[in-house]
Design a protein around this ligand. Structure first.
Ligand code: NAP
Length: 273
């Protein structure tokens, strides 16, 4: 079989880790696939999907600002993508293009990989943007019994909380009573350590909790370090990034890629930045 192509569409894409992560896994699996990134201007996502059909591109990753437009343009949506009206993965099923959203399942898988089961857990999600919405939806599907959403803009929290029956808008004290606390805001991204650059005051956390930061650049945020100092178990955001990509590849090539290889490739790329 001739070489097959998978691609990322988004804007900007220059600093995306996806090409590095996916190519490392393709190479490790010994499959004849290449992965490239296309900077596609806003409003051109449907045209990019037509290009996928015409050029026979075998798999597509989708990032901002195209996740919503692609959800409208594919032939069919998997359940999480339908609930979120957001697609980060396009794969073929016969002649149909199927849209999926693997972020939330990637989050759950990244915790399962380190022995953390979200079923029956009380989870506080700080943030209500695209990442938080994926996480709330996936937590609901995975059986979390108590999901609270805390966010700067209350209306966004209210919308995110509609994604799971067990979810509601939280108050600050919900952070202390949660088993798992997740930062799904962009606070801490790029190593911002300025005053207020933490999703919550670390004194709200305690040693019996699992504290997860979805920010992965830097891999260790100041908030994670503070949670670690309190004695909490901490999980960085690179795991979710790797596992959402692994779930994409599984849809494209039919086998689960090597996530250890993917993580090593991502860590090496981040160390260069
Ligand atoms: P988004 O849709 O833009 O949402 C941003 C969220 O952060 C919103 O809830 C926003 O609150 C909140 N926020 C931003 N600045 C804030 C501030 N100064 N104070 C309080 N709240 C603030 O972004 P996203 O796509 O959800 O991404 C969020 C983070 O998750 C980013 O760091 C991204 O890199 C990371 N992420 C990681 C993965 C992974 O695989 N690990 C995947 C996706 C995203 P408002 O609603 O009030 O604006």
């Amino acid at each position: 079989m001739s070489r097959r192509l998978a691609a990322l569409i988004g804007s900007p894409v220059a600093h995306s880790l996806s090409p590095v992560i996916h190519q490392a896994a393709f190479d490790a699996a010994g499959v004849d696939w290449s992965y490239v990134a296309f900077d596609v201007a806003e409003g051109q996502a449907a045209a990019a999907l037509d290009a996928m059909r015409v050029l026979g591109i075998a798999g597509l990753s989708v990032t901002m600002p195209h996740k919503r437009e692609i959800a409208d343009a594919v032939d069919r949506l998997e359940p999480a993508a339908r609930a979120l009206q957001s697609v980060n993965t396009v794969s073929w099923d016969g002649d149909d293009l199927v849209g999926s959203s693997t972020d939330g399942a990637g989050f759950v898988a990244s915790l399962a990989e380190v022995g953390i089961d979200v079923a029956d857990a009380r989870v506080a999600v700080i943030g209500a943007g695209g990442a938080a919405r994926s996480v709330v939806d996936a937590l609901g599907r995975a059986g979390s019994t108590d999901i609270t959403v805390l966010n700067r803009t209350r209306e966004h929290a209210e919308l995110a909380a509609t994604l799971a029956a067990a979810a509601s808008v939280g108050i600050t004290s919900d952070i202390g009573r949660a088993d798992i606390v997740v930062n799904a805001t962009s606070i801490g991204m790029g190593g911002d350590t300025s005053e207020g650059a933490m999703p919550c005051d670390p004194s709200m956390l305690h040693a019996e909790q699992i504290v997860v930061d979805l920010v992965y650049h830097p891999i260790r945020t100041a908030w994670l370090d503070a949670a670690d100092a309190i004695g909490a178990r901490t999980v960085d955001g690179l795991g979710m990034l790797i596992h959402q990509a692994a779930l994409q590849q599984e849809r494209w090539i039919g086998v689960r890629p090597d996530t250890v290889v993917m993580r090593a490739a991502a860590e090496a790329a981040l160390a260069d930045r």
